[in-house]
Ligand binder design. Structure first.
Ligand code: HEM
Length: 153
């Protein structure tokens, strides 16, 4: 992949374009996730809102978050190959990857909690709320790790 590293280093337009795609994916995936997490934290069994309708609306959001994350991952890999050695030997890079893995696991736990709520299980409320808080914290932590990653390249 030396040719890609050279191309990337020599073309400011290319590196800016890839960077833009990375940030656009974050905007879409993170934007949908944050709005949904906020709405989820405002929901409660006592709130009187139609929980099932809210969950149905939330279902459509998963595709946007996962689609956005796929774009982020693809553009992230292009950036990774622009300076493979630097990133692969960076603790910060692996910390960021670990946090992204946690974000995905959290999303999976959340979807299971949603299915539980749809089936009428009130025990899933705690997990549903907790995963909203964890999602908010992780999105901002990954963002922070991403911004600081630029200091090592
Ligand atoms: C598999 C997924 C990902 C990979 C492989 C990846 C990889 C990278 C790489 C290699 C850079 C380049 C840093 C530099 O310019 O020196 C970067 C930048 C960045 N990443 Fe990621 N990333 C991923 C996902 C994410 C996610 C999910 C977020 C946010 C929540 C994120 C936020 C950022 C930010 C803010 C930057 C700095 C952009 C800039 O201002 O230049 N990344 N990423």
């Amino acid at each position: 992949m030396a040719w890609w590293a050279h191309l990337y280093a020599d073309s400011k337009a290319l590196s800016s374009g890839v960077n833009f795609v990375h940030l656009a994916g974050i905007l879409v995936a993170g934007g949908f996730a944050i709005v949904t997490d906020r709405a989820s934290l405002l929901l409660s069994p006592e709130s009187g809102t139609d929980i099932l309708r809210e969950l149905e609306r939330g279902r459509g959001v998963h595709a946007w978050v996962l689609g956005g994350l796929a774009v982020v991952a693809a553009s992230g890999v292009l950036q990774l190959f622009s300076d493979l050695h630097t990133y692969l030997t960076s603790v910060l890079f692996w910390a960021k990857m670990g946090l992204i893995a946690l974000l995905l696991v959290n999303g999976w736990v959340r979807m299971r909690a949603e299915r539980g709520l749809e089936a009428g299980g009130t025990a899933d409320w705690k997990r549903f709320r907790l995963t909203s808080v964890v999602s908010l914290v992780l999105w901002f932590t990954v963002l922070l790790a991403g911004v600081f990653l630029t200091t090592i390249s």
